[in-house]
Design a protein around this ligand. Sequence first.
Ligand SMILES: [Ca+2]
Length: 363
Amino acid sequence: MGEERIGKARDRRFELMKLYANVDDWTENIVHASYQPDQAASLLTTGHSIPFEVPFATDDVKSRLESIAAGGRFLPGKELRERWLSGEKNREPRRSAFPILDAEQAMLKQRHADKTIVERIEIDKGISLDMAIIPAMNDHSKPFRIGVFEVTNEQFELFDPSHDSRVESRFGMQFGVRGFYVNAPELPVVRVSWDEAADFCHWLSKKTGRKFRLPTEEEWEYAGRAGTATPFYYGDLQSDFSKYANLADKTLSEYVCHPYFKDRRPMAASVFDDWIPKIESINDGGFLSEKPGRYCPNAWGLYDMHGNVAEWTASPSANGIERVVRGGSWHDRPCRASHDFRTSFLPWQRIFDVGFRVVCEAE
Ligand SMILES: [Ca+2]
């Protein structure tokens, strides 16, 4: 039923994207490790949806998914709905190994680790990376440096000039307006796969003579917490995040804007237009991704560890095939952006709201 109604429009869109945007795949369709190769191939080369297995599915969820595959209607049910809303399935127990510090102690510990708190490493003329020192996690580890900001389009394009972080489509009629661009030089790079992010680190190491890599999941969380034990360094799931993080807030309603104008002119929207889940009572002023550094940093001077764009880590997921992504993005509510929330994608997938930051060894 649905296939019949949308199939032709989707095929036409695919054809036009090939013709005018030089985009000849559907790599943005997110596939999971449990997909059969032919199912994944169908999703990525034609955009056709397929019945699939969800890796975390309980029998209840599986039977519901099977019923959609058989042409039935998908009814999420209370259990799944609650798990989605709370982000429960992806929540990690807090790592008790991390020392708990107040902001002042955390900053003191950082100063003891190295007197140069932020080291600026030049990549190319006028383009550099700011790397903050992070004190050793325990007696068996060493201090390391992590990017103060997420890697930007400008920085990534030095490595791959053909990379394009592209555009977010507007909802509804567009009259020649493609959507909202996220490929400006100062914005964080996205639609970059884990493989490409790892290659960027190799390239950067060669170029600078320093040893760059992606942070492990543990390093990422330790650096982000900066000694705090709460779900966010600034508080909990209910805290007002408007000064601290670019998350899914009231501003996302601007997706629904007047189709005759290129700029964003708000329009009265129904719930069917304005559907991205968000926290409507909070206005963080960030629509899609924002230039890194707009919100407050944590005690160790790191910006956007929650929200803006989600970040690849070096660590594999539980099935060993996917790679873990942390921190949530402008598209996520707080429940998907806390220190203890994780999700994962296959290493070759390019995700619309996933970028990365790098670590390097301290000298
Ligand atoms: Ca926002």
